[in-house]
Design a protein around this ligand. Structure first.
Ligand code: SME
Length: 149
């Protein structure tokens, strides 16, 4: 299966697992697990907006930094600029926060609820150039399922 086919088969499976009767953290946890298992990423998880910073949420992979300031790193940039940020080579992104030295490329997708960003989905790869517009489109669609049942 190519990447598009993998996302197309994953989307309905995630939709089926999302549970409107539980808190969003539980749904984030399952979404991170399903993405991580399907694609074998290096690190897959959420940072939640709490006050004026991002705080580590449900994730799969090695340990990570617990807090990220507004506008800092790839995650803080996606939050500030309210858009998905694709980084083909983390060494070429000024201000990238290296939680793990194995991370080579990254994508960060903001999670919106009623027009407000409540979290970001952050995915890291141990290879350069893993993420592109196909990932951006499908991951944006996926994170909408966290609030849209
Ligand atoms: N690299 C991210 C920090 C989070 S870790 O990758 C899990 C950033 O620059 O925002």
């Amino acid at each position: 299966m190519n990447k598009t086919e993998q996302y197309e088969s994953l989307l309905p499976q995630v939709k089926a697992v999302m549970d409107s009767s539980v808190d969003v953290i539980a749904n984030m946890a399952n979404m991170a697990a399903m993405l991580h298992e399907t694609f074998g990423f290096w690190w897959t998880g959420f940072y939640r907006v709490i006050g004026n910073e991002l705080v580590l949420g449900p994730f799969q992979g090695p340990l990570a930094c617990t807090r990220i300031a507004y506008g800092r790193g790839v995650c803080g940039t996606a939050w500030k600029e309210r858009r998905t940020v694709v980084v083909p080579d983390v060494e070429e992104f000024p201000g990238h926060i290296a939680c793990s030295s194995a991370s080579r490329s990254e994508i960060v997708v903001p999670v919106f609820q009623n027009g407000e960003i409540t979290a970001v989905l952050d995915i890291d790869s141990d290879k350069t150039g893993t993420f592109d517009a196909t990932d951006a489109t499908h991951l944006e669609q996926l994170v909408r399922m966290l609030y849209d049942f």
